[in-house]
Write a protein that binds this ligand. Structure first.
Ligand SMILES: Cc1cc2nc3c(=O)[nH]c(=O)nc-3n(C[C@H](O)[C@H](O)[C@H](O)COP(=O)(O)OP(=O)(O)OC[C@H]3O[C@@H](n4cnc5c(N)ncnc54)[C@H](O)[C@@H]3O)c2cc1C
Length: 464
């Protein structure tokens, strides 16, 4: 499980990982004993460590991270912490029904408040703001999806989604491409790597032992009585374990058949001048997503840049491969849509570009559970590219599962929605090949602004 080579290239993986200085913790040296060993130092692993310690201060927790905390998706993402579980509110309602969709949305609102509150109390400086999120339509087929979300919010009795006309959208951000949209009140923006690093320090203050540059080769259930996490530098013997490696969990044989890796790409402009910001409005500085099937997301950074991500999302079998982290063709296509949306920013240069791994599941839904009957090894993964907020909710579920607590959280659909397996053996590459073909069709449909075609309709049935 996991690569054995521990290189120091983590700074180059995103602007967020690079732009503040950081001192990694030392690797594990020798064997250790713990109550819970957590593999993976992203949001899932770090929140789980913190929440376990807050609930039971005597629980002895060790976190093992192969590179540095935030090396995976947690230090490379767009920094939108949204209520979204699955692809959108319409998708959530369709997948899990009214009662459970409402319970999930309310749990997500609470979770965002808790993230904000925790960071404030702990003094975590991650440029956290709560400006809400604007979702916009750029075409007639996207208008339909805006309406579907609004209808779903109404059916769920939610009062935090607001319908916007094109003019209403343009009051928030100046682009002629916006036809209509909705605004959701509850949504945060964060500097994700700074959040991961702040969580590492908060976990350590609570007594969690965090080892970075420590790849775990194997997590093993020993006769259903204890677990072992083996690394090149020593073994952690524990009562229970959490696999919090998300897309990298493809390296765990028991999880491999459920997941695949999707790569997500981002470009970042130079800092805008005051005059540029005047041209584009955007005074509220909220995050924005569009309603393409493969959406774009964009947001301002604290130092006045615009982050622009989304659209092409290549799929590959197996654990993340860094060779996908740079793709000039995809970066160029992102720049094209940035220029198309904001022609008035023609003189703003693109300074940074990067990518990261998203954990794909067949049903595009997060899953938290145990591996095996002994219930000693838990896992939490598959946030459909929206895990910044939901990883905190998943961590609360993990806490309750590992501590054997009875809680309403264990009734949420994340727990009961077991990942759907990919087809077995030789059929798997075939299925992934078909998924890639479907994805190309969806991309074409997005570019042409049309939902026509049998393959596109099939894709929409799975995704929307
Ligand atoms: C480009 C991009 C943009 C995104 N934008 C957003 C967004 O704006 N909003 C949003 O909600 N979501 C977004 N996401 C998704 C979000 O980042 C993830 O859902 C979330 O960070 C998952 O957190 P995690 O802790 O589960 O996984 P990760 O952050 O991937 O953490 C897994 C960790 O496990 C470590 N690891 C792996 N194997 C081993 C091993 N063998 N031994 C030890 N450690 C190991 C990895 O190094 C990594 O640090 C985006 C993702 C990407 C890639």
């Amino acid at each position: 499980m996991g690569p054995r080579h521990v290189s120091g290239d983590w700074q180059t993986r995103s602007f967020w990982l690079e732009h503040r200085s950081y001192e990694p913790r030392r690797p594990l040296t020798g064997d250790e004993i713990a109550d819970v060993v957590i593999v993976g130092g992203g949001f899932t692993g770090l929140w789980s460590a913190i929440l376990l310690k807050e609930a039971e201060p005597d629980v002895d927790v060790v976190v093992l991270e192969q590179k540095v905390v935030g090396y995976g998706a947690s230090g490379r993402n767009g920094g939108f912490a949204m209520t979204m579980v699955g692809r959108n509110i319409h998708d959530l309602l369709r997948k899990v029904g009214r009662e459970r969709a409402r319970a999930t949305h309310i749990a997500m609102r609470e979770t965002l408040q808790e993230i904000e509150g925790f960071c404030e109390t702990e003094g975590i400086e991650a440029d956290i703001t709560s400006p809400g999120v604007l979702t916009v339509s750029n075409g007639p087929e996207q208008d339909v999806r805006i309406r579907q979300d609004l209808q779903a919010a109404e059916r769920l009795g939610l009062d935090d989604f607001h319908e916007l006309t094109g003019a209403g959208c343009r009051e928030l951000v100046n682009s002629n491409r916006l036809r209509c949209g909705h605004f959701e009140d509850h949504s945060l923006l964060v500097d994700p790597a700074a959040l991961a690093r702040g969580l590492r320090d908060a976990a350590m203050r609570l007594g969690v032992r965090v080892y970075e540059r420590t790849p775990v080769d194997q997590v093993k259930d020993v006769d259903g009585r204890r677990v072992e996490a083996r690394t090149p530098f020593g073994t952690v013997h524990a009562d229970r374990a959490l696999v919090a490696t998300n897309a990298y969990a493809a390296a765990v044989p028991a999880l491999r058949r459920f997941i695949f890796t999707i790569y997500a790409y981002i470009i970042l402009t130079q800092p805008l001048s005051d005059e540029h910001w005047e041209r584009v409005g955007w005074e509220r500085r909220m995050g924005i997503e569009d309603k393409r099937i493969m959406p774009h997301f964009h947001r301002p950074s604290a130092d006045g840049r615009i982050l622009w991500g989304g659209r092409d999302a290549p799929i590959a079998a197996g654990a993340p491969n860094p060779r996908y982290d740079r793709d000039p063709h995809i970066f160029a296509r992102l720049e094209e849509t940035f220029r198309w949306t904001f022609p008035q920013l023609h003189d703003v240069g693109i300074e940074k570009a990067w990518a990261g791994p998203v954990c794909g599941t067949v049903n595009c839904f997060a899953s938290v559970g145990f591996l095996g009957k002994s219930e000693r090894i838990a896992y939490a993964l598959g946030y459909a590219g929206h895990g910044v907020g939901p990883s905190h909710l998943a961590a609360k579920i993990v806490r309750d599962m590992l501590l054997g607590a009875k809680s309403e959280l264990l009734d949420l659909p994340m727990v009961s929605s077991r990942p759907v397996p990919l087809p077995p053996g030789p059929l798997r590459p075939l299925a992934l090949g078909m998924t890639r073909r479907l994805q190309k069709e969806l991309q074409r449909a997005d570019d042409e602004g049309s939902d026509r075609g049998a393959l596109v309709r099939l894709g929409l049935r799975v995704l929307q």
